[in-house]
Design a protein around this ligand. Structure first.
Ligand code: GLV
Ligand code: MN
Ligand code: MN
Length: 411
């Protein structure tokens, strides 16, 4: 078969999406497969078996990232990489990350079926802890791979139960011997769902992702004074929750002031001691802010500090914001993006350039290899939600673009 006529098998791709969705599947049709959990181990075991069945040579690095190489004619060339992540949010959908990995597997299977040999080898990758839902920050393993995150720091990160990432990695048996970052890629392409409304609203098949928002993640605390809910007059209170609430609404205003691209989210807030008749003495919370323009992101960050100082003074409650992770906005490689655009156009799919609001492993790999991304529509723009949906036909188009972009890059 001539490579130009190659196409993925949409039924096979869809059935792998449904089969793996059962690993950590939720009653509402989503997936709860937190990084390095038993469910993550289950899907990794499934993937490694499928990779071996496809004749790929599998390697695992010391951050638990899984690589599967299909040889090329010229093994001196670094492989063209593609893939994404199989970990999910606690109430995640079936497509975020998963599509990129399983479409990558489908690409390998199609090339095997058609007995096509590429010039450069190919490498399918499943990165560890992209989501950052269990261990912050996200994109941990791709960050270590790219040299942007220190490995020892990453391995020492703890989840909410105090379990270290390194112990969780050993617990599921996925700490490999290879040094994360030891491999070189000649290029990387990540297929992902858009997770926003743009493609659907514009009725377009494919997003050629040319840039991604920067982000700053923080762990924060409001510390006031626990006191009796009945006998402490309102004027004498140092209520940590009220201070937190003022900060939360202020942070929303800060993002809106930098709209429409600026976004800010408080996704976790623990109220202590969590007793209905004790005034909250402490709130521990997370804060993340994103913007595609670095100057705007820095304005938002500085505004958060000013806001915290004002709330602190008004309410006599201590507020601290500790930045734990910062990723500046990035621009993806123009040549890889052009290759993706040409693949989409060659297949007769409508496409547009776009900026990613979400973070992706590709954003980290971009600093060590020419990289760009392919987006496919998300129904209703909904993601990080069990209802997340992308149709089989849309997944098929994305996977076909991946296939042809990879073939063009690998030769
Ligand atoms: C990844 O899911 C992100 O937070 O953008
Ligand atoms: Mn993702
Ligand atoms: Mn995600």
């Amino acid at each position: 078969m001539r490579a130009t006529h190659l196409a993925v098998d949409p039924k096979r791709l869809w059935s792998t999406l449904l089969e793996t969705a059962a690993i950590g599947g939720t009653a509402k049709g989503g997936i709860c497969r937190l990084a390095l959990s038993d469910e993550d181990r289950g899907v990794r075991d499934w993937l490694v078996a499928a990779m071996r069945d496809a004749g790929l040579s599998v390697g695992i690095d010391d951050m638990g990232t899984i690589y599967a190489v299909r040889p090329g004619r010229d093994m001196a060339k670094p492989p063209v990489a593609f893939g994404s992540h199989l970990d999910t949010q606690p109430t995640g959908g079936k497509f975020d990350g998963v599509l990129g990995v399983l479409a990558g597997l489908e690409v390998m299977r199609v090339l095997n079926d058609a007995a096509i040999e590429t010039e450069a080898p190919l490498c399918l990758v499943n990165w560890t802890n992209e989501e950052g839902a269990r261990f912050a920050p996200g994109m941990t393993a791709s960050g270590v791979f790219a040299g942007e995150i220190d490995k020892d720091w990453a391995l020492a990160r703890t989840d909410r139960d105090g379990i270290r990432l390194s112990d969780a990695l050993d617990g599921i048996g996925y700490r490999g011997s290879e040094r994360a970052g030891a491999r070189r890629f000649s290029a990387m392409v990540e297929l992902h769902i858009e997770q926003g409304p743009i493609l659907e609203e514009a009725r377009q098949d494919i997003g050629v992702v040319t840039a991604a928002k920067g982000m700053i993640w923080s762990d924060a605390r409001a510390v006031g004074c626990e006191s009796h809910a009945g006998s402490t007059p309102m004027g004498l209170r140092r209520d940590a929750l009220c201070a937190f609430a003022e900060l939360a609404l202020g942070v929303e205003r800060i993002a809106c002031d930098e709209g429409p691209d600026g976004v800010a989210t408080i996704g976790v807030a623990d109220i202590l001691p969590s007793s209905r008749n004790t005034i909250p003495g402490e709130v521990r919370f997370t804060l993340e802010m994103r913007h595609p323009d670095l100057a705007a992101l820095e304005r938002m960050d500085a505004a958060a500090d000013r806001l915290a100082a004002a709330v602190m003074e008004n309410r006599n409650v201590a507020l601290s914001i500790e930045r734990i992770w910062r990723k500046d906005p990035i621009t993806f490689d123009k040549t890889v993006a052009a290759t993706i655009r040409a693949a989409a156009e060659g297949l007769g799919y409508s496409c547009r350039d776009m900026t990613s609001g979400a973070g992706h492993d590709a954003c980290l790999v971009a600093s060590v290899a020419p990289t760009a991304m392919i987006f496919v529509p998300s129904q209703g723009g909904i993601s990080h939600n069990e209802a997340e949906f992308t149709s089989s036909a849309e997944c098929e188009k994305g996977a076909n673009v991946l296939l042809h972009a990879v073939l063009a890059l690998a030769g």
